[in-house]
Write a protein that binds this ligand. Structure first.
Ligand code: ADP
Ligand code: MG
Length: 261
C-alpha cells in the first residue's frame, strides 16, 4: 500500500474560529476515502486547503512527498490533484463535449481566447473521457438539456481532465435521488480501480459512504475524531455522539431520512 497524500497537523483559523484544528491523515493509492462529519465540521475547509484554494494557517499536505501548502491551486492541479466543480451556468449552453474540451484546454494552460482553433484537437480526448463516464452518446447535446445525474457525470469527466492521481469531490451527490447517488458512486469506484487513482470525498448519505468508501475519517468541530472501516465507524461511540447525541444510530437516522425524502 503506497501512501499518496500525507496530511499533518493541518489547521485553518478564520478570525478566532479554528475551522480545522490540527488534523492528520493519510490517503493511499487506489483508495476511496470518505471525509464525513456534521455541518460546519471543517470538511470543505480541508478540501480547499488540499486543493490550494485556501491557504493553511499551519501544517503540511504532501503529495508523493512534495509539499503542497503554499502552492497555487493551478500548480497543485498540474501536479495531479483534480477536483470536480459545478458546471457554471454560463457554460450550460455549450455542449457536453465542449465543456470537457474546456477542462482539457485549461490543463494545457490555454485560455478561452484560444478555444476555437484548439477545439478539434481536444475533441478526441474529450470523447474518450466521456466514454469512461458513460456520456459518449450525449456528447453533442447542450449541458442545459441534461438530467441532473448526467450533469454530474460530465463534471466527473471534467475532473479527470488533468489525469489526476488524487480527485477531490466535495459533496458530489448533493441534490441527487438515491438511485442516481448510487450510480455516481459506483462509477467513481470503477474509475478509482481502472485509473489507479485515489479519491477523497464528502457525502451526506451514510448509506452511500458505507457502501462505497474503502475507509472513512470523521471530523467534528475541526478535529479528527475517528478513522476506520464502515464497521468501525458505524459502531464508534464518539461518532454516534456527534451525529445524533446518545441512543441513536446511523441505521435509524437513515430510515428517517429516506422516509421524509
Ligand atoms: P463543512 O464543509 O464540514 O460543513 P466548513 O469547512 O465549510 O464545514 O466550515 C467549517 C467552519 O469554518 C464553520 O464554522 C464555518 O462557519 C467556518 N468557515 C468556513 N469558511 C469560512 C470563511 N471563509 N470565513 C469564516 N468562517 C468560515
Ligand atoms: Mg462543506
Amino acid at each position: 500500500m503506497t501512501t499518496l497524500l500525507q496530511v499533518r497537523d493541518l489547521s485553518k483559523s478564520f478570525g478566532g474560529v479554528r475551522a480545522v484544528d490540527g488534523i492528520n491523515f493519510d490517503l493511499h493509492e487506489g483508495e476511496l476515502l470518505a471525509l464525513i462529519g456534521p455541518n460546519g465540521a471543517g470538511k470543505s475547509t480541508t478540501f480547499n486547503m488540499v486543493g490550494g484554494q485556501l491557504q493553511a494557517s499551519g501544517g503540511s499536505v504532501k503529495l508523493g512527498g512534495q509539499e503542497l501548502v503554499g502552492m497555487k491551486p493551478r500548480d497543485i492541479w498540474r501536479m495531479g490533484v483534480g477536483r470536480t466543480f459545478q458546471i457554471a451556468a454560463t457554460f450550460a449552453s455549450l455542449t457536453v463535449v465542449e465543456n470537457v474540451q474546456m477542462a482539457l484546454l485549461s490543463h494545457q494552460g490555454r485560455t478561452f481566447g484560444l478555444w476555437k482553433p484548439a477545439a478539434s484537437q481536444f475533441r478526441d480526448q474529450a470523447l474518450t473521457l466521456l466514454e469512461q463516464v458513460g456520456m459518449r452518446p450525449q456528447a453533442d447535446r447542450p449541458c442545459s438539456e441534461l438530467a441532473y445525474g448526467d450533469v454530474k457525470r460530465v463534471e466527473l469527466a471534467m475532473g479527470l481532465a488533468n489525469d489526476p492521481k488524487l480527485l477531490l469531490m466535495d459533496e458530489p451527490t448533493a441534490g441527487m435521488a438515491p438511485k442516481e447517488r448510487n450510480d455516481l458512486m459506483a462509477l467513481t469506484k470503477r474509475l478509482v480501480i481502472e485509473r489507479k487513482m485515489a479519491v477523497l470525498f464528502t457525502e451526506h448519505s451514510m448509506d452511500v459512504v458505507f457502501a462505497y468508501a474503502d475507509r472513512m475519517i470523521v471530523l467534528a468541530r475541526g478535529r479528527l475524531i475517528a478513522e476506520g472501516s464502515a464497521q468501525e465507524i458505524r459502531n464508534h461511540p464518539k461518532v454516534q455522539e456527534v451525529y445524533f447525541g446518545s441512543g441513536k444510530t446511523f441505521e435509524k437516522e437513515q430510515q428517517k431520512a429516506e422516509a421524509t425524502a
